[in-house]
Design a protein around this ligand. Structure first.
Ligand code: AMP
Length: 111
């Protein structure tokens, strides 16, 4: 738990969220500012500033499991998984998380 981290507060329940799934190491919540009809965030329970700090293979595997479980649960066929690392790449919350976006067409390359 890191002081003043919004996602640590969501994990602890101090800040409310719409949780759709929980695994051993992650929670999956609805993004507060959705960029697609489905916009979820896979958030690790443990605080890591960003993906470069996630070196534990059990946690890495749990993130993939959370993505696949929620895709199955919500019957998502086509979806995009995004991780922004660093301000220049668009990271605004410095607690590692993975966006799952679905429900509209997505162009490539992303902006
Ligand atoms: P990023 O810019 O990749 O760091 O993504 C951070 C995401 O967290 C954004 O899509 C925000 O809309 C989302 N977000 C920030 N605060 C909350 C919150 N309290 N509940 C749900 N999503 C949030």
């Amino acid at each position: 738990m890191q002081k003043d981290c919004v996602f640590c507060k969501i994990v602890s329940g101090e800040i409310p969220s719409e949780k759709v799934l929980e695994t051993e190491h992650c929670i999956v919540i609805k993004d507060i500012n959705p960029q697609a009809p489905v916009h979820l965030l896979v958030i690790t329970k443990e605080h890591f500033d960003d993906i470069t700090q996630v070196r534990d293979r059990e946690i890495a595997a749990d993130i993939i499991d959370a993505i696949n479980e929620v895709a199955e649960k919500l019957n998502l066929r086509d979806f995009r998984v995004v991780n922004n690392r660093g301000r220049g790449a668009g990271q605004s919350v410095f607690h590692v998380h993975f966006h799952i976006l679905a429900g509209r067409p997505f162009s490539w390359p992303p902006g």
